[in-house]
Design a protein around this ligand. Structure first.
Ligand code: CP
Length: 317
């Protein structure tokens, strides 16, 4: 397939065409096949410097970008908020411009403020990839979720995907809704009405407060963590009551079709949104999502760098 990509940065799914998303999946598939044969690509990134600027906690995204960049033979520097001069009052703009002056070739950024990576992309002339900003977007999570769904279900067009939990505060839910709808899925969002406002229906998703109805015809269910850190108010009486109403347990998993898969972006709260045994069961693809996150991020890094520098999009494997 011909590769289509015209993005210096990857900030949100809305900026990508379907062809560009399919280009990411195609390049990620090539990287995955090459890794399975034990070979590394002849990378455009060899000797280049990628800065992982993570100003909010992360395990999977930060490490997956780090592993991805190292597999592309880039040098990786990881900076947290606490270890940077941001703590001395330096602005984000000055921080990023100093990174570019120190010859960083790309910045991956996680920030608690929605819009921070977009702002950065306008003040430096190197690619910026959004590793999650506030409740706004987490594009690489949605892309790795879609990549995993294609691997598991064959394709996404016409598939029924239910996203269950804290939709209101979830950047993962927002990016996934956009991504899955673009790829032709039928998306249902479910959870307590306080966390799943009817307004989301305008995006083209089905809003459902009946858990059984939300689960019974799904090909995949994506569970979301309750984002306490972003909630100014309590949206349900207690965690125990959330679990009793919306937690996925063994009994409720019987409502799913026998071959439906269970997904979660992590971190999981065992015994809250998902029963621990279900998280470890053979219906769960949670760890496959994490592994696929490496190849999908290799593809995103490769494509943004290649486009920005006028280099071939097709990786040399
Ligand atoms: N899925 C996800 O973003 O996990 P981390 O917060 O650990 O990066």
């Amino acid at each position: 397939m011909a590769l289509t990509w015209k993005q210096k940065d990857l900030i949100e799914i809305g900026a990508l065409s379907c062809d560009e998303m399919n280009t990411i999946f195609s390049v990620a598939r090539q990287f995955k096949a090459s890794a399975q044969h034990g070979s590394l690509p002849k990378s455009l990134l060899a000797g280049r410097t990628l800065v992982n600027l993570f100003l909010e906690p992360s395990t999977r995204t930060r490490l997956a970008f780090e592993v991805a960049a190292k597999k592309l033979q880039a040098e990786v520097i990881t900076i947290s908020g606490a270890s940077s001069s941001l703590t001395k009052g330096e602005s984000l703009r000055d921080t990023a411009q100093n990174m570019a002056a120190l010859q960083a070739d790309m910045i991956i950024m996680r920030h608690s403020a929605s819009g921070a990576p977009n702002y950065l992309s306008q003040v430096v002339d190197i690619p910026i990839i959004n590793g999650g900003d506030g409740a706004h977007a987490h594009p690489t999570q949605a892309l790795l979720d879609a990549f995993t769904l294609i691997e598991q279900l064959g394709n996404i067009q016409g598939k029924k995907i239910t996203i269950l939990g804290d939709i209101l505060y979830s950047r993962v839910a927002r990016s996934n809704m956009e991504c899955l709808l673009k790829l032709g899925a039928e998306v249902t969002i479910a959870g307590p009405s306080t966390l799943v406002p009817q307004g989301f229906a305008a995006l083209g998703v089905r809003v459902c407060y009946d858990l059984r109805a939300a689960l019974q015809d799904a090909d995949a269910v994506m569970l979301l963590r309750i984002q306490h850190e972003r909630q100014a108010a309590t949206h349900f009486p207690s965690i125990g009551e959330y679990t009793s109403m919306f937690g996925l347990n063994q009994e409720r998993a019987q409502w799913l079709k026998p071959d439906a898969i269970i997904m979660h972006p992590g971190p999981i709260n065992r015994g809250v949104e998902i029963d621990s045994e279900l998280a470890d069961s053979n219906r769960s693809v949670i760890l496959q999502q994490v592994t696929n996150g490496i190849m999908v991020r290799m593809a995103c890094i490769h494509l943004c760098y290649a486009y920005h520098n006028g280099l071939p999009l097709q990786p040399e494997l």
